[in-house]
Ligand binder design. Structure first.
Ligand code: TRP
Length: 481
């Protein structure tokens, strides 16, 4: 595709990928998972996973985007043709589009809670409130379909407006304002948490590795989290990669994205736990950590309303810079494939995802339990949609790693990565074997009926073995091996 859009600035891909990566996953999910899984033990596994699995797949996904220069679905269609591989690999694009649509539907609802808390904080409504009042307040929010729908609508419209304005005037300009502001706020909140919280306790909670606390469950969660936080396996990174300047270094950029993303998670974790410990509260609050425990900590601290308000603005900004990257791959596909205008494509995606989001809204109240849906699927619609994405994301990741590892030729990869042979070999070994095996293991483990880990382990080995054996078929007609 000649004349395909490219970011105006060489560094925009980095900005955009960091914007996509840094989100609720860093500020909300990472701290509570760490709290639930014993602090340092979890972080150790998480960090190893980011390096051994996250970065190699991140490189692979950017590579597929930049090599095809189209939206994920059309891009994979193109790559399967030029590489004489089975058209089935187009699944990568479709899985991405479907997951983006699913994730956006609930991501927007949860991000909407942050609108509510920004408002409560800035108006000082929570100042001096006690634990009971704050936890009742959160329950009341979840019990109100009207309020949840209102915030969900506001958030998704704001995201749609940015993407609708185009990749230059909308996404690129938007991120140039949002991202620096986010980093400034994060540092401000960190400074505040050093002054008013218990930063030493937070640091020892996060960085003391008690190996005894390592569990299989924690490891599985860490792998899932590394995917979620790097926005992997669902086309977002591929779509942004399609606009990446050919001269920007792919390897260095990927490492920078992972490093910044990890750093933000750590700083956010430090600040949040510092405030929580400083207020004498417990960490193991699960998803309520951000919306119950943290507001309670702010409620007791000097200027807590103001700083808390600014903190929730940070959450909102981080969420919106991620949600726009969920809209982009699908919107770009609709534009390329059906010749829609960008505003039409974005409107279609946003309205569909908004409507699906209503299922998440009612999962917290009217249909919290006891419906046909629960009987059929054994869980609420929200949990079901989340489960689907937890299956699709790893699946997409495995396929991306395998395609980049086995189907792309040495010279193509070198042209994109521009590293030496040693790094190339390390990367290729990781995406061919280690990453797919590790992710396949987690993927099979996520399927609820499968219990224990022997079956998933055997399955993972077989799956990867089958792919490796099938490489002759895969590479059949390609000129270069
Ligand atoms: N990375 C985002 C976060 O940490 C969430 C996310 C997961 C995402 N998958 C994505 C964002 C795909 C954009 C595209 O909050």
């Amino acid at each position: 595709m000649s004349g395909h859009n490219v970011w105006t600035h060489k560094g925009t891909f980095l900005l955009a990928a960091v914007g996509s990566a840094v989100g609720l996953g860093n500020l909300w999910r990472f701290p509570y998972l760490t709290g639930e899984n014993g602090g340092g033990a979890f972080i150790l596994v998480y960090a190893v996973t980011i390096f051994a699995v996250g970065i190699p797949i991140l490189i692979a996904e950017i590579m597929l985007g930049r090599a095809s220069r189209q939206s994920p679905i059309m891009g994979m269609r193109h790559l399967t043709k030029t590489h004489n591989t089975s058209r089935a690999w187009e699944t990568i694009g479709w899985l991405g589009a479907v997951s983006a649509f699913l994730i956006l539907s609930f991501y927007s609802v949860i991000a909407g809670w942050a609108i509510h808390y920004t408002w409560l904080m800035l108006t000082g409504s929570l100042v001096g409130a006690d634990a009971q009042a704050i936890s009742d307040g959160f329950d009341a929010l979840l019990a109100s379909p009207g309020l949840l729908t209102l915030y969900h609508t506001l958030f998704i419209i704001a995201s749609g407006l940015i993407v609708g304005m185009g990749i230059h005037r909308g996404i690129e300009s938007g991120l140039r304002i949002i991202m620096p502001a986010l980093f400034a706020i994060l540092l401000l909140v960190l400074a505040y948490s050093v002054m008013h919280g218990d930063i030493a306790a937070a640091a020892s909670f996060l960085f003391t590795f008690n190996l005894a606390e390592l569990s299989l469950e924690g490891w599985l969660q860490a792998v899932g989290q590394s995917f979620f936080t790097l926005s992997l396996g669902m086309g977002a990174i591929m779509a942004y990669g399609a606009y990446m300047s050919s001269t920007a270094s792919l390897t260095r950029t990927a490492i920078a994205v992972a490093a910044v993303d990890t750093a933000v998670a750590m700083v956010a974790g430090l600040a949040i736990f510092s405030l929580v410990f400083g207020a004498g509260l417990e960490t193991g609050q699960g998803p309520g950590l951000m919306f119950v425990t943290l507001p309670l900590a702010f409620a007791e601290m000097p200027l807590g309303g103001l700083v808390g308000g600014v903190f929730f603005i940070l959450v909102l900004g981080a969420a919106i810079s991620s949600s726009i990257s969920l809209i982009e791959p699908v919107a770009a596909f609709l534009v390329e494939r059906f010749d829609m205008t960008r505003p039409q494509a974005v409107t279609l995606m946003v309205i569909a995802s908004w409507a699906l989001g209503l299922l998440t809204v009612v999962s917290f109240n009217i249909y919290a339990e006891g419906t046909i849906f629960h009987t059929l699927f054994g869980r609420s619609a929200f949990d079901f949609i989340e489960l689907l994405t937890n299956i699709f994301m790893p699946l997409g990741g495995i396929l991306i790693a395998l395609f980049a590892g086995w189907a792309l030729t040495h010279s193509e990869v070198m042209k994109e990565m521009r590293t030496n042979e040693t790094w190339f070999s390390i990367w290729r070994f990781l995406v061919r074997f280690i990453a797919p095996a590790a992710v396949a293991f987690v993927f099979l483990r996520t399927i609820p009926q499968v219990d224990g880990y022997l079956i998933p382990a055997i399955g993972a080995v077989l799956l990867v073995g089958a792919f490796a054996a099938g490489r002759t078929f895969l590479m059949e007609n390609s000129q270069e091996k």
